[in-house]
Design a binder for this molecule. Structure first.
Ligand code: PRX
Length: 654
């Protein structure tokens, strides 16, 4: 985020209180109710979480709400046993919600691909799947990797794993085979669940062949389950005798009941890999009880979820947003969710509004990058549809610029829907900073205040409160990550080294205005947020230097009108090598192979040299100045200042 945009954010004075109509019906009806609950949640934090947890079912009660003795390895609800799938599905069936729609699914092709699963349907399908997984010999603590399109079976298999205590790691279906292999190897997954294919913009993505390539030679994998997405005949794919099993055959005769495995509070529920500053993506660990309680409570209070709501989060279950706010949070609250397989602009740019009209969606949660794309495609698309069912809008994944916020408010929300701009991360498990819709007066572009049970502030490097600095979370909450799979030290170093390990350091910069509103500015580390996807620049740099013609590379993130940020890479080739278009293509292909298409840089600029300090450190700040066409910062520390002029020339030619 540049200084200019920060200033435009902090000068934003428009205020939007929730309407009386909304507040009257809201779960947290107004600022006083909010302040009372917030004060209680901070003053008696453990008591607060214990009370919330009582709304869920436990097979054995906890004997300690919070245990911080072994900082930063925290424990919540120690001694308790529960099961998150039982709480998401069985509990509602037992409470008379069996006939309520749990998942309303729309496939990319539309009319020919629709399914509604009631809670009772979900119960049966999850149990049949769990019984089949048991027959494969899968048991509590084993790891399963899921590489599926956004189809109901992604929800079903994830819930089936959780019912048995199998630790799931869902891999977004845009990742390459090498990314799958890295993840499967890292967590030593025994099982991979995939599909013969998935629809994306009218094309079938052949997921099974990507998995075959990925796990070739992975000794940990004993079984692969293939969900048939194709109608009638499956999409063409290879089936390896003894290892591969068709999902529909595997589940067809299985019993429809399955006892939930009692899971210890701190046993892991899932791993989700995300990019960091260095090295390969890290497996963020989330445990069962704390995550469950946190997802339940944030869903309830931030989305004001009611029995009659139709809730749609347009993310993919492959990201944390999908875990907490497509799957677990809504189902824990017994909500009806819409799930959509395809892209927002296929077959036309009005697809999302068509879905909202068709299912009378009441709560819609999407990303700023999508909102900016909708703005570009024009108001005529949403204006053709009846969006009057909407009562609440959400935003997630990156800072939302005031202009996009206003468009969302006016064109989609008809100036009547509160907007919850929710700040959080894979690591936090759930939302930490957000308006509470019936209570908070919002400002366009600000995530506003910490939610219940969260104490957050903006601090200097030294830990002093400041207006513009680093975001810090000063207490611990049940949904916080429990570590990085197989790397205790990296967990400590990344999140618990600043401020003497007293506070959680999320890696974001933030501004706190005179009214106490928090404006999250963006990452302060070498992680770039492209269309809400986190990409580590170090990861890309190591891919480029892996090419035999490349000696050095520096990747930076710069502002982008639609994507929020985009990647620009500077590459130095070996002496005697001529940088050609062909080399650009090869480098892009390497990115596709190692990560996936979504990580391809916007620009690849060949540079004879990179700006370095005398000690040899690449000055990325200067590269960003060049790429964003800004006046150059201080160049006196450069070993060779002439490098900058040459780079500027190269960049403008590109
Ligand atoms: O920089 C912040 C940004 O996304 C990062 C977390 O990315 P990830 O773990 O992939 O999770 C994304 C979905 C929760 C954060 O460190 N971010 C997320 N939400 C916001 C945001 N930045 C500003 N405003 C937000 N509402």
């Amino acid at each position: 985020m540049t200084q200019e945009s920060l200033e435009s954010y902090s000068h934003e004075n428009r205020m939007f209180p929730p309407s009386e109509d909304f507040t009257k019906e809201a779960l947290i009806p107004g600022i006083e109710a909010y302040q009372k609950e917030y004060a209680k949640s901070i003053e008696d934090n453990e008591g607060y979480w214990a009370e919330i947890a009582e709304n869920l079912e436990w097979f054995q009660p906890w004997n300690r709400v919070f245990n911080g003795d072994d900082r930063p390895f925290f424990k919540w609800f120690e001694g308790a046993k529960t099961n998150i799938t039982y709480n998401c599905v069985d509990r509602h069936v037992h409470n008379g919600l069996g006939n309520k729609a749990a998942i309303v699914w729309e496939g990319e092709p539309g009319e020919t691909d629709k399914r509604v699963l009631t809670y009772w349907d979900l119960y049966r399908e999850v149990n049949q799947c769990a019984n089949a997984l048991k027959d494969l010999g899968m048991k509590k603590g084993d790891r399963a990797a899921l590489y599926l399109p956004m189809i109901p079976e992604l929800a079903i298999t994830t819930l089936a794993c959780a019912k048995l205590g199998i630790i799931h790691t869902v891999i977004f279906a845009g990742f390459s085979s090498n990314s799958i292999r890295d993840r499967v190897d890292d967590c030593q997954a025994k099982l991979v669940i995939t599909a013969d294919g998935g629809w994306r913009r009218g094309q079938v993505l052949n997921l099974k062949s990507i998995v075959d390539e990925a796990i070739d030679g992975c000794e940990s994998v004993t079984d692969v389950v293939i969900v048939k997405r194709g109608h009638g005949d499956p999409f063409p794919c290879k089936v390896k005798e003894g290892r591969d099993h068709w999902y529909h055959r595997m589940v067809q005769d299985k019993p429809i009941h399955c006892e939930p495995e009692p899971i210890d509070a701190e046993e892991l529920l899932f791993l989700l890999y995300t990019s960091g500053t260095t090295g390969k993506p890290k497996g963020i660990m989330h445990s069962t009880a704390g995550y469950m309680v946190y997802a339940y409570q944030t869903m309830r209070t931030i989305f004001d979820i009611k029995p009659e709501d139709v809730y749609w989060c347009s993310a993919d279950i492959g990201w944390i947003t999908g875990h907490s706010y497509i799957l677990y949070g809504p189902l824990l609250n017994g909500a009806s969710i819409v799930m959509y397989e395809g892209a927002p602009n296929w077959p036309d740019s009005g697809r999302f509004w068509e879905i909202i009209e068709k299912y009378r969606v009441t709560i819609f949660y999407t990303a700023p990058t999508a909102i900016r794309a909708f703005m570009k495609w024009g108001e005529s698309w949403p204006n053709q549809r009846d969006l009057s069912s909407l009562r609440l809008l959400g935003s997630v994944g990156e800072p939302i610029n005031p202009e996009a916020w206003m468009w969302y408010h006016t064109v989609i929300g008809a100036e009547k829907c509160p907007i919850v701009d929710t700040w959080w991360q894979t690591e936090t498990g759930g939302i930490l900073i957000s308006p509470i819709p019936g209570a908070t007066t919002t400002k366009p572009g600000s995530a506003t205040f910490p939610v219940f049970g969260i104490d957050a502030d903006v601090l200097t490097e030294e830990g002093e409160p400041t207006e513009t600095g680093l975001l810090a979370i000063k207490n611990v909450w049940p949904g916080i990550m429990r570590g990085i799979w197989g790397d205790k030290q990296r967990f400590i170093d990344t999140y618990w080294c600043k401020w003497g390990g007293q506070y959680y350091f999320p890696g974001d910069g933030a501004h706190k205005d005179k009214d106490g509103y928090i404006w999250v500015i963006g990452r302060v580390d070498d992680v770039v947020n492209v269309s809400g996807h986190r990409i580590g620049t170090a990861e890309l740099e190591s891919i480029f230097v892996g090419h035999p013609d490349v000696v050095e590379s520096a990747v930076i993130g710069i502002n982008h009108d639609i994507k929020g940020q985009c990647l620009v890479s500077f590459v130095t080739v070996k002496a005697g090598i001529i940088a050609t278009e062909e080399l650009v293509i090869q480098l892009k292909e390497l990115v596709i192979k190692e990560i996936g298409k979504f990580a391809i840089p916007e620009k690849i600029v060949f540079a004879a040299d990179l700006p370095k300090t005398r000690s040899g450190k690449i000055m990325r700040r200067l590269l960003r100045d060049i790429a964003e066409n800004r006046a150059m910062g201080n160049v006196t520390t450069l070993a060779d200042p002439s490098v900058v002029e040459e780079l500027k020339r190269k960049y403008s030619e590109n």
